[in-house]
Design a protein around this ligand. Structure first.
Ligand code: ZN
Length: 380
């Protein structure tokens, strides 16, 4: 673009600015650059060991902070584990200024002393993944047993830890498995009781994926919020299952993507400006070998594409002015963290996402995005 002939102007939405350029020759205006507060990812799986070293820079290269989930081979269940994992993540991020936000898992072995200690050490989140829902969650607690954890949750409330919940009911009272697409909606009844017993506990419903859950979060007290993911704003069940019922493993995640109406509810909530809804990618990389087995490992590696894809999505809905609050403000405010002071530039440049990175399938790999983040790890 020949800037000598062009006229630049800027629209501001809070800290976010969108730079437009008017090209006199063509008589058209172009969106050129979004400058906005550095975003945070309030739900990511950074893994450990070699995979951590490989995937962490994709999060750390863009986000100021990321809430690191602790469902490792040996789950993160104490402050000691979390501090060790924090150091491992920081080492893997190299020179980046990325700050991990740490969590511990609520398991059958958790007790109030463990939580008190974690709170004192700056661990922000107590995470519940119901047993066997996610990678390495076998020691997790069923929602049917959640009352047995109320003392632990009271301890979390007293040290101002956030209770982060993968909210799916896996089986009914008789132990029969509940179909995947009904698990989230059927878990809602457990939340009312929890909120009544622990009215001041901050609760985040992770990766809300149904209109039922989103409506529930909207009408719940203000200490109840939800993270929303790119993949639940993109996929429906038809992208996960073939006509013959076989699984399209790279789109397989938990909670499973659902109907077009549920997806619409996720998108509407993202763009609603309601501070109860903020970004948590749930980026969950798995090696191809784990995705190709049956059943495939649940989880989708979205970190390399999340921001360009969200820009495209918000732009298509003429809602770019709402993006910064969703990714850079509402989550920090809910967690009581200072807003990031740095900014990030996203340019209106076409960019084709790689299909695979290091043997891990990238979500929407091969897609041509309209926006590109100038990333320190050289993805662009
Ligand atoms: Zn997750």
């Amino acid at each position: 673009m020949r800037l000598g002939l062009d006229f630049k102007f800027v629209f501001s939405y809070g800290l976010a600015k969108v730079l437009w350029i008017f090209n006199k020759e063509e008589g058209r205006i172009y969106m050129e650059t979004i400058v906005m507060r550095q975003p945070d990812d309030f739900h990511c799986h950074l893994r450990e060991g070699e995979i951590l070293k490989f995937v962490a820079p994709f999060t750390a290269g863009i986000f100021g902070r990321g809430l690191a989930m602790g469902n490792l081979a040996r789950p993160i269940t104490t402050a000691y584990d979390a501090v060790r994992y924090y150091r491992e993540i920081v080492r893997a991020c190299g020179s980046s200024r990325f700050k991990p936000i740490m969590s511990i898992m609520l398991t059958k072995k958790t007790n109030p002393n463990i939580i008190g200690d974690a709170g004192k050490r700056g661990i922000k989140t107590l995470k519940l993944i119901p047993g066997n829902t996610s990678t390495n969650s076998e020691d997790g607690i069923s929602l049917w047993d959640i009352e047995r954890s109320y003392l632990n949750l009271a301890a979390a409330q007293s040290v101002n830890m956030v209770f982060s919940i993968h909210c799916e009911l896996l089986s009914d009272e008789s132990g029969n498995a509940i179909p995947e697409e009904e698990r989230e909606s059927k878990a809602i009844s457990f939340l009312d009781q929890l909120i009544t017993f622990l009215p001041k506990l901050k609760i985040v419903i992770e990766h809300a994926s149904t209109r039922d859950m989103i409506d529930y979060v909207k009408r719940a007290p203000e200490n109840v919020a939800a993270t929303l993911t790119l993949h639940h704003a993109t996929l429906t069940r038809d992208d996960v299952y073939e006509m013959d019922g076989s699984i399209i493993s790279h789109n397989y995640c938990k909670p499973i993507a659902k109907t077009a109406d549920d997806r619409e509810a996720v998108i509407e909530a993202m763009m609603s400006g309601n501070p109860k809804f903020f970004f948590g990618s749930d980026s969950a990389p798995h090696l191809e070998s784990a995705k190709m087995r049956f059943p495939p490992a649940a989880g989708i590696f979205t970190a390399p594409v999340v921001l360009p894809a969200l820009c495209d999505l918000f732009e298509r809905r003429e809602s770019l002015g709402r993006l910064e609050d969703f990714v850079s403000r509402f989550g920090s405010e809910f967690y009581g963290l200072p807003l990031n002071s740095g900014t990030i530039e996203i340019r209106k440049r076409e960019w084709i996402a790689p299909e695979y990175i290091g043997g891990i399938k990238v979500f929407l790999g091969g897609t041509r995005f309209g926006w590109r983040v100038d990333s320190p790890i050289g993805l662009a």
